[in-house]
Write a protein of this length. Structure first.
Length: 164
């Protein structure tokens, strides 16, 4: 038996190969960056950089919220109010509420009054510290700015990014 040596006739293009390797390295870096952003919470799926606060604990108005949210998904906004026991009136800016749908409010407000630039909520408080939780569905994409405050009192501003 004789053995024949055959050479494959494959064209080589070192310039193209270098470009392909460069594109692969860029793609791997972009993928790693996306995974790191998701782990940090910058894609609207929770994470340490996604949790945010407006105001300070112990202030009359203190809000906990998520910086990055997803359109069609729900997120939670927790409003902490420090006020004399009894009826507490607080408000949320109307432009923010035009871009979200409130799925639930706990505790349920006794009364909601719609004004030109805000919605005013009345809640019966048994103590000086009240915690109201809004579960919100985001219906738009982009920057969402809100302001939440006590009627005739201080307010805080917060901003969220709604992703598609």
């Amino acid at each position: 038996m004789t053995s024949e040596r055959r050479d494959l006739q494959i064209e080589r293009d070192p310039e193209f190969q270098e470009k392909e390797w460069r594109a692969q390295r860029i793609g791997i870096r972009l993928l790693a960056l996306l995974v790191a952003a998701a782990a940090a919470g910058l894609t609207g799926m929770g994470g340490p950089l996604n949790d945010a606060e407006a105001g300070r604990q112990g202030d009359p108005v203190f809000v906990e919220f998520e910086r990055v949210v997803r359109q069609g998904a729900t997120s939670t906004i927790t409003v902490h109010l420090h006020h004399a026991p009894g009826v507490v009136k607080f408000w949320v800016s109307a432009p923010y509420l035009e871009n979200v749908r409130i799925a639930s409010i706990n505790p349920e407000p006794e009364r909601v009054v719609v004004e030109q630039s805000r919605q005013v909520y009345e809640v019966q408080a048994g103590s000086a510290d009240v915690e109201i939780t809004f579960v919100i569905e985001h219906v738009t994409v982009g920057r969402l700015d809100a302001e939440i405050g006590l009627v005739d009192g201080p307010s805080v501003r917060l901003g969220q990014w709604a992703l598609f």
